[in-house]
Design a binder for this molecule. Sequence first.
Ligand SMILES: O=C(O)CCC(=O)C(=O)O
Ligand SMILES: [Fe+2]
Length: 558
Amino acid sequence: MPNRTKSPSVQSESTKNSSNESKNNSQKLITSLLILIIAILIGFIFQQQLQMKPGVLETNKDLLYEELKKELRREILEEVAKKEFKVEKDKKVQDDPKIVENVVMEKPKVENKIVEKVEKDKKVQDDPKIVENVVMEKPKVENKIVEKVEKDKKVQDEPKIVENVSMEKPKVEDKIVIEDKKLEDLTSAEINFQNGKTISLDSKKIKIKAEEPKKEEEKQQNQESDKILVPKEVENFPQVKISKMKTKKMWIPIPNSNGGHRRVPPIEIKFGKEHGSSVKVWLFEEFLSQEESEHLIKAHESHLKELLKQKPIICFDSISTLKKNLIELKREPVAQTITPNDFTTGTNCLNQTFSRKLEKWGLKWSFSTAFYPGESKFSRVFGKRIEEATMLNETHGGKFQITSYPSGVGYKDHTDCIVNSEDQRDRYATFLVYLNELGADGGGETIFPELGIDVKPRQGRALTWNNMNYETGKCEAKSVHRASPVQHQVKKKYIIQRWYYFKNFYALGKRMAEAPLPEREPNTPKVSCDNYDNGSCRMYDEWNPDHMIDYQREKKIY
Ligand SMILES: O=C(O)CCC(=O)C(=O)O
Ligand SMILES: [Fe+2]
């Protein structure tokens, strides 16, 4: 405080100075106050803000946490889901053997495809031009393979095609694998037919390797030789027609004696000779059971017993046939004296007395008895079974004929149809079953001399072939066959046969009228010796070749 004791003059100066000082102080004070107020205001505002902020943060924190939780949950759930899905998948594969099987089964296919593809890709890389073709032609190649399989099937029937196919093969593929056909589904013809090509059996697949492309000269030579082997009719065979002599099913069920079923494959007999005809011969083993065969033999024997209560009347197609038979029987002097008077007037049959003599002199014959469609349960069963196996329509079949051959008897070379005749009433096909066997040296074989086929009798073994050309309706001379004489001293040979016609047997109508028949007692059997050749005689239980028509008329069958 020392400044308050200053002089008046000096006091007036000092008073001025002190008033300025107090002005300055009050300004400072006001400024400070203002600053304070502003500070308080700012503080207030700041405090207000601070008071709000904790709430906002709290909310955000919650939100963020929620978000985080959700996110985490999603991730966790996803992870769990992934694990569960995988477990499910693995489980399914284990549970479902099909899936496992498919995986296992398909694997090689995939690999094969890959190999194929790699092969193709390789080619494509080598020749970029091929790319387009390969892609474009891929389905074509597959089609060709299918076509080829189809063609190969036809080839068995139509030798002409052989040449085309073999020429095309190298173009199509080097190796064709028929995958869709199992070995057991192939007929032996399909297996056998290769016309010189390699055939390799790869477990259940058949692989046909194509030949190396032939040189032009060689090709022409082959074409020439093929042409020689192919007759005109065969060349024009439609597939559908020739298939008439194909088996319908690859395996046929045959009932066995225990009431069960066996499956029997048909076998096409390959010709020992090149014959150039439409004739096809098929064989079925065990087509009839032992029981069925024995039953048929019994039926035949009891029928014969009844029949042979009467002596047969013997008929010949001509005087010359009778003469030749007499010479064969060492009755030359009798043969020299034969005239039409030895025949029953107006017929080609000998009278009772002469018939007895011939028998005494040793004329031998086979014995045939017949039963008719619908006549027994067996006729239906048998007819159906043949139809199942061969495509030979049940209603196109005639009578069922059982024949027995005693020792020393056979049947001469003959065709079951008439050569040079186009009569569709003729026998288109034959179905024959051996009912017993005669042992290794027992004889009785069915021999097709033009085809080089020789079949031994065996119980239940069936033989079937076409006698006529389905397309032209002509009797095939190459279908000629014979029954070689029975060599067994005791056993007879027994067969059952049925002939099949182009149409329903009855729809074909009656044959041309035959020579008039002699007067005879009812049920007298007839021995017919025609077209002389050693063993041309056979006994029948009926006289009229149209007995079937009469039978139908009486019994109203079909
Ligand atoms: O018995 C045989 O082996 C053949 C029979 C025959 O061909 C026939 O009777 O027409
Ligand atoms: Fe025959």
